[in-house]
Design a protein around this ligand. Structure first.
Ligand code: KIV
Ligand code: ZN
Length: 529
């Protein structure tokens, strides 16, 4: 590994998935993992296998496929390292190993908190007990796997002297990567940089292992802190697509990678990421988690390259460098228009979808193609963004337990908004219900509730146009809570905004029902070892 090379460790499928309601099905995770491999990340943290049989199966599937194949489009590149998270317990470490052992380059990542607050209140361990457990469990992980990462959770608020002691002990026990998390996003860049420099300087053996940074964004400093850590000598950054993750999220992969690239001359650091894939992966993760990307989000937001004011537009026409420090095509943001029209055939349609990273087959392809034809009839121009929205609807990997057959709404300035819906149940039987509401979407959701009868609280409802123009396809996202801990999400696209909203709500209910049948356990931060 060259000394200026920074390993990109993506944890969208683990820490990212811990964002409330962002959970993905195994098939969605596999699709995101494929996209991450194409993006060129070095390590994919595929999940927390001890959380549930579903999580284990997802990590195993990713290891067997993405962890074995060379990267599409880059046949020389080795498959990424596939990593599984484990608390410092034998059970977790064994589960992590079961998850990743099918990969060509497996890694076990185990963690135990080092801050006094966590030791006293959460773990109820003394410092010597903490060190003993970490050493024993790193040694156990190392007996299974040659590549072991250790994280002292809440390192950002830990006593540096104690950290040096813990880290030296786990290096001796066999850890090959030391990941330094600012778990609660508390530190500031100068402090975090100094923490990393101190670890490298004062921990015996630190120069023989990889030092990694893992920063949370509670104060909006995750990328700045990660950068400070890299400048102080860390050579792995743990990041997520769109910065998703616990609370305010993690450092955003696209931001960190583009800082390293755009300011390469100053920083002298490199990654193996193919930045032209960034927007595509960002959209995929947004759709798979139903976490919308804010329009003003750096790098991947819809407005990241939009120039509104006359002065800026004038400058851009004269020379794009007046207001652009990166080109949209560098991050895959250029809007490409589908050259297909309503007379195009299914082969051309499926080829374009595959180029966009959506390989649909069989019924899903047929359904998406029929939707495309309907759209091409209604809409002058069909953009790639429209295709992606249609494909994401069909590609949904949540079982379609309930499906929308028909929907009729009456609304306007007089009378009460009324919706009549007909749904098909998992056994193929149809059910009809009508309801009134404060508006057409409310009426429609009440009518659906009258049939499906899964008690949920609507947490979030969002609708946006996929492209510009009055004939645009609408994309609805819905997040619902179905018990005290869990939220689920759904997504739907249609040129009719009420139909898109109904599809998204039904998808979220299907998500709830499928999760209830698979019985998922809690995420790692929610339970102590
Ligand atoms: O934020 C954190 O401390 C973590 C660890 C499990 C690495 O996510
Ligand atoms: Zn974290």
């Amino acid at each position: 590994m060259k000394p200026d090379y920074v390993r990109i460790f993506d944890t969208s499928l683990r820490d990212g998935e811990q964002a409330p309601g962002a959970s993905m099905t195994s098939a969605e995770k596999l699709e995101v993992a494929r996209a991450l491999a194409r993006l060129g990340v070095d390590v994919i943290e595929a999940g927390f296998p001890a959380a549930s049989p579903d999580d284990l199966a997802a990590v195993q599937a990713i290891s067997a496929e993405v962890g074995q194949q060379s990267v599409p489009g880059r046949p020389q590149a080795a498959p990424p390292i596939i990593c599984g998270l484990a608390r410092c317990t034998r059970n977790d470490i064994e589960a992590a190993w079961q998850g990743v052992k099918g990969a060509r380059h497996p890694r076990i990542h185990t963690f135990l908190a080092t801050s006094d607050i966590h030791l006293k209140h959460k773990l109820r361990l003394t410092r010597p007990e903490m060190i003993a457990r970490a050493v024993e469990m790193v040694g156990f992980a190392r007996s299974l796997c040659a590549d072991v990462e250790f994280s002292p959770e809440d390192a950002g608020r830990s006593d540096p002297q104690f950290l040096y002691e813990v880290l030296a002990a786990v290096i001796k026990a066999g850890a090959t990567t030391l990941n330094i998390p600012d778990t609660v996003g508390y530190t500031m860049p100068d402090e975090f940089g100094a923490l990393i420099a101190g670890i490298i300087q004062h921990t015996p053996g630190a120069r023989d292992v990889t030092i990694s940074v893992h920063c949370h964004d509670d104060l909006g400093l995750a990328v700045a802190n990660s950068l400070a850590g890299l400048r102080a000598g860390a050579r792995q950054a743990e990041v997520t697509i769109n910065g998703i993750g616990e609370r305010a999220g993690n450092a955003s992969l696209e931001e960190l990678v583009m800082v390293l690239r755009t300011r390469g001359e100053k920083l002298g650091l490199q990654t193996g990421v193919d930045a032209t894939q960034l927007c595509r992966v960002s959209r995929l993760v947004s759709r798979s988690t139903s976490y919308p990307v804010p329009p003003n989000k750096a790098i991947v937001g819809a407005n990241a390259f939009a120039h509104e004011s006359g002065i800026h537009q004038d400058g851009m026409i004269k020379n794009a460098q007046t207001y652009e420090i990166m080109r949209p095509e560098d991050v895959g943001a250029a809007q490409t228009m589908l050259v297909l029209g309503k007379h195009s055939g299914r082969n051309a349609f499926s080829k374009r979808l595959a180029e966009l990273g959506y390989a649909l087959e069989g019924d899903a392809l047929l359904k998406a193609f029929n939707e495309f034809k309907k759209l091409a009839d209604r809409k002058k121009e069909v953009h790639d963004a429209d295709l992606i929205a249609l494909a994401s609807d069909e590609r949904t990997t949540v079982p379609e337990l309930w499906a929308l057959e028909t929907l009729q709404v009456v609304c306007g300035t007089t009378g009460l908004p009324t919706a009549t819906v007909r749904l098909r149940d998992p056994d193929g039987k149809t059910h009809v219900h009508a309801a009134i509401g404060t508006g057409p979407v409310d009426a429609c959701y009440k009518a659906i509730d009258g049939i499906v009868k899964v008690p949920v609280e609507l947490l979030e409802f969002g609708i946006s146009a996929v492209t510009e123009g009055i004939d645009a396809l609408a994309e609805a996202t819905v997040r619902v809570r179905h018990d005290a801990q869990r939220a689920s999400h759904g997504h739907g696209a249609d040129t009719d905004i009420v139909v898109a909203s109904a599809k998204a709500y039904i998808a979220s209910l299907n998500h709830v029902l499928s999760r209830q049948s698979s019985g998922r356990a809690q995420h790692p931060h929610e339970v102590s070892p």
